[in-house]
Design a protein around this ligand. Sequence first.
Ligand code: TXA
Ligand code: MG
Length: 338
Amino acid sequence: METKVFDHNTVAAAAKLIQAGEVVAFPTETVYGLGADATDPKAALKVYAAKHRPADNPLIVTVADPAMVARYATITPAAQQLMDAFWPGPLTIILDILPGALSMVVTGGLQTAAFRMPANALTREMIRLADRPIVGPSANLSGKPSATRPEHVLHDFDGAIAGILDDGPTTVGVESTVIDMTVQPPAILRPGEVTPQMLAPYIGEVATDRHKVGAKETPKAPGMKYKHYAPTAQVVVVDHPADWPAAIAWATAHHQPFGVMATDAVLTTLPAAVPTYSLGANLASATRSLFAGLRWFDLHPTVTLILAEAFAPEGLGVAYMNRLLKSAGNEHFQPDED
Ligand code: TXA
Ligand code: MG
């Protein structure tokens, strides 16, 4: 099939494809999503098929406004407070659903569902015109880095989905914070731009131990158990700025050719011949560029090892390190290795 590209002039045609049960990729402030009618199990199944996603991994229900959530779920007072404070925005809220309100294809058989109202106005317009919520998993082949630019989506799905709504690069760069409001205290299942410190004034203390990379217990968000964000090359995390000379020496001796993903302050200290991808100046730009960098190295398959810069796991750094460590399979550079 031909994958049609839509923009603000043609958003109504994209909404028509959603109504017709087709898959249309859409922009959000975090990453691109793969959209399909959340009230049509056949349409939702097409999303699993396109992503090669395991069927026990439930899909996010993406809405244009909180009123759309009320059709399918019980909105508790605490959940209402979060919607008022953080929507539209990168916070996905898990709620108990009304019995039978959503297909098992969407919920993965759970009695709960994840709801999200993204900050992208064009996507909300498409959902409003379609007049139904859309499922919205990240628009990447299962296991691959999420897509933060339209060209990433087309790389994975050109010819396999009906369309893409193009609104340029995303701004946050990592997926939304997922908070489970069906447990006490509420639990963060996936860290994102909205941090526990930002949530505390509304709902008090939240549990944050569920998403630790390498944690042994069964993950509550089914999506967290699969290998994620993995480029073809092995990623190795460089934890401390002082480790870079030793890391470069180790990679030069054992892993030619290798690449580096780091901020400009680090890149200016490297030998000229090393292929590099800039993470910009700071944590925000690094978070925005992380997936684009991993995908860039996939287009340069001679590189089999990527050294990547760590940030302190505080604030947005928790989300950045969560994605980076998953892409690295938790591999850190050990300064005393040789
Ligand atoms: O930023 C985002 O959230 C992006 C954009 C496109 O909106 N979407 C996204 O969707 O990241 P996805 O499907 O890749 O990640 C959703 C996560 C998965 O880890 C899934 O297992 C979890 O949320 N999830 C969904 N429904 C759930 C539920 N009822 N209970 C627990 N976890 C759930
Ligand atoms: Mg995903």
